[in-house]
Structures are given as structure tokens and as C-alpha cells.
Design a protein around this ligand. Sequence first.
Ligand SMILES: *[C@@H]1O[C@H](CO)[C@@H](O)[C@H](O)[C@H]1NC(C)=O
Ligand SMILES: *[C@@H]1O[C@H](CO)[C@@H](O)[C@H](O)[C@H]1NC(C)=O
Ligand SMILES: *[C@@H]1O[C@H](CO)[C@@H](O)[C@H](O)[C@H]1NC(C)=O
Ligand SMILES: *[C@@H]1O[C@H](CO)[C@@H](O)[C@H](O)[C@H]1NC(C)=O
Ligand SMILES: *[C@@H]1O[C@H](CO)[C@@H](O)[C@H](O)[C@H]1NC(C)=O
Length: 373
Amino acid sequence: MFGKLLFYVHFGLVFHVVICFKDTVEVPRFEDSLNNLTVSLGREAVFTCVVNDLGSYRVAWLRVDTQTILTIASHVITKNHRIAVNHSDRRVWFLHIHDVRQSDRGWYMCQLNTDPMKSQTAYLDVVVPPDILDYPTSSDQVAREGANVTLRCAAHGVPTPNVVWRKEAGDLLPTTNFSDTHNNSVSGAVLHLVKVSRLHMGAYLCIASNGVPPSVSKRVMLVVHFPPIMTIQNQLVGAKEGDTVFLECHSEAFPRSINYWTINDQIISQSDKRFEITSIERGYEVDMKLMIKKVGRSTFGTYSCISKNSLGDTDGTIKLYSLSGKYEEMQYNEVEFDETPDVSELEALKRSTGVSAAVRADYFVLLLPLLML
Ligand SMILES: *[C@@H]1O[C@H](CO)[C@@H](O)[C@H](O)[C@H]1NC(C)=O
Ligand SMILES: *[C@@H]1O[C@H](CO)[C@@H](O)[C@H](O)[C@H]1NC(C)=O
Ligand SMILES: *[C@@H]1O[C@H](CO)[C@@H](O)[C@H](O)[C@H]1NC(C)=O
Ligand SMILES: *[C@@H]1O[C@H](CO)[C@@H](O)[C@H](O)[C@H]1NC(C)=O
Ligand SMILES: *[C@@H]1O[C@H](CO)[C@@H](O)[C@H](O)[C@H]1NC(C)=O
């Protein structure tokens, strides 16, 4: 008829007296082992301890590492407000840890005040989704063509995140360290780009993942500066009077270039009715197109397409000649020299071939003082 007087010890911290008024005391048993938990920072962790035949014994939750009693039965003992306990029919006992922090990582115990004491332990792992630190992760870069560029990505998280670099559009180029390349990405926090070219220009993504969602990425722009270059398909174009002719140049430059056309060293203005100027820009590339609406005397000659940026300038020339040959002959015949002009003057005259009468007159005025020497 007398209950059994039982002392038990929680890691020597607390002495607890339980008096059980029972003739036959059934022995409580754990149904399963306690499950380990892996919980993301800020989420809730819930340990579940299932006890059959608890009778009048009590369930306590403890933190093993710090030897702290968290709860006894339905009472929260710790001052930690993030801890709660509940149960279902005194059989299933839940320990709740709200807003999980890294400091909560460790071993937890579900303990029964039997004699001897019975317990189960399990581990709470706290994982942290990856984060990319703005500093010292690289910010947008500007480099001259030919320079070496290093992009860095500083990622944190638990477990330590894997970092890969990829190019947002297109492939990483073979000048990167390809020994680590899979699927157009390079693993590792540091991306070395050796001797960058204009083809390296673009957005790079540093992607950090550690299995804890969400993965994060940071976008770093690489801008490559280079002086203009000009390429021309047809440098010699023949046409008949009345034809419509297109002249085309292809320019590449960054920063973006200023592009324009000249005819016989005179800048062609947008408002010149004889022509129509168009240009199509694609990144650092520009297709320059000059339409000569109706070829005539005033439109034969030497055209230049010119491209300038802060790093330099370049030009290309296209000669538009008459298929009949009529104008060239005529114009050479128009000029008569008393004496043979020197080479540079000849060059100037050659270049003036095909110039309109008016422009031609200007040339002649310019040349006159030279010729009179
Ligand atoms: C919990 O994790 C520990 C080591 O971290 C392991 O030894 C134990 O078997 C795990 N328990 C369960 C139920 O998975
Ligand atoms: C106790 O917590 C568990 C787990 O969060 C929940 O499923 C259950 O409904 C709760 N029981 C009570 C009685 O609040
Ligand atoms: C760029 O890197 C390559 C290979 O590491 C090296 O040989 C070269 O000297 C570097 N160039 C510059 C300008 O630092
Ligand atoms: C290229 O990768 C290999 C292997 O990861 C490494 O040993 C080497 O230093 C890297 N070279 C450069 C230039 O980054
Ligand atoms: C490349 O990516 C595809 C799809 O994302 C994947 O199925 C494949 O296994 C990857 N290959 C390598 C070598 O990583």
C-alpha cells in the first residue's frame, strides 16, 4: 500500500523526490529511439519522445552539453523563452525549440525518473543557408584588354557552402583555369581570368550552395575596355550612275565609340540628302551602314568609316568607283598642272577623285598656294 520513495539525480544538479502510490509499479519504456534533428537557423526544432506506461513517472528534457534541465513534465524550467513542452496523453512528449540559433546545436536528452533513471539522447544540428558577403566579394570590374582579372566570392553558411562561378550568358572561356570546369562553371571561390579579351565581357555569377535552401548568387559585371577596330568586307565598290549602293563597316570598341562617315575627308552629316546613315549596335559591336541613294558625280570617291573612343581611333576606307569609268577620266582631265605637284599633293588629288564640282573647287583653292611655290 505504500508508495516507493525514489531519489534520482539529474546530472547531480537537482534532487527530485517522487512518491508513487501504487501497488504494482509498471515500468515505463521508450517506444523508439530519439531522432536526431537537422534544423535551419530560425526555424523550430521539435524532439519527440514516446514513452509507454509512464504511470506516475515524469518526463524531463535536458540539454546534455550544458547539463541544464529544460522541462519537467509540463513545466518549463529553463529561463530560455524559446523552449516549450507539450504532450499527447502523457505518452508522446514534444520538446519545442523555437527560433533555433547556432548555440542550440548539441545533444538533448529525454529522461524518466525511474530507478535507475532511463534516458535517450539525440543531436540537434543547426544548419545555416549560404550567404554571400558583399565585402570581400568582388564588385563590378573594369579591365583593359590583356590584363589579368581575379573575381572573388566570399560565402558563409553551415555546412561550408560550395561556390561555383559561371558566366550568365555564354561559356566561360578557355583562358580560365579549366581543370576545375564542369558544365561551364568553375568551382572555387576564386576565378582567375588570364589576359582578358572583349569576349570575357559580361556578367559572372558566383553561386553558393550547401544543401540548405535557398542557394544564393551574386552577379559581378566584368567590363573590358579596348580601342576601336574596324573591319570591312568590300573596300572597292563599283557602281553605275543612278544605282543605290550600300557601304558597310564593322566596328568593335569599348567604351562605345563615336562612329561617322566621311566622303573625301568631309564628314557626312545625318541631314545630307544624298545619304542615309544607319548603325546597329550589339554590345561592343556596331554595324555601320551608309546608303548612297542615287549614285552620281558627287558621290564617287573615297569613303571612310571612322570609330573613336577614349582609348583610340581607327578608320577604314572604301572606294566607290564608276563602272563606266567616265567620271574618273573626266576629273583627271579637269585638272591641269603647270608643274608636277609633289607626292603628297598627288595623294590629295587622287583622293579627291569623284568629288563634286563644288567640293573640288575647294580642293583646288587649297592646292593653289602649294602649286605656286
Ligand atoms: C544521431 O547522431 C549520432 C551522431 O551524430 C549517431 O551516432 C546516432 O546514431 C544518430 N541517431 C539516430 C537515431 O540516427
Ligand atoms: C504538441 O506539439 C506537436 C508538435 O508540434 C503538435 O503536433 C501537437 O498538436 C501539440 N499538441 C498539443 C496538445 O498542443
Ligand atoms: C597574367 O597571368 C599570367 C599567368 O598567371 C602571367 O604569366 C602574366 O604575367 C600575368 N600578366 C599580368 C599583366 O599580370
Ligand atoms: C588551376 O587549378 C589547379 C588545380 O585546381 C591549381 O593547382 C592551379 O594553381 C590553378 N592555376 C591558376 C592559374 O589558377
Ligand atoms: C551538367 O548539367 C546537367 C544538367 O544540369 C547534368 O545532368 C549533368 O550531370 C552535368 N554534368 C556535369 C559533368 O556536371
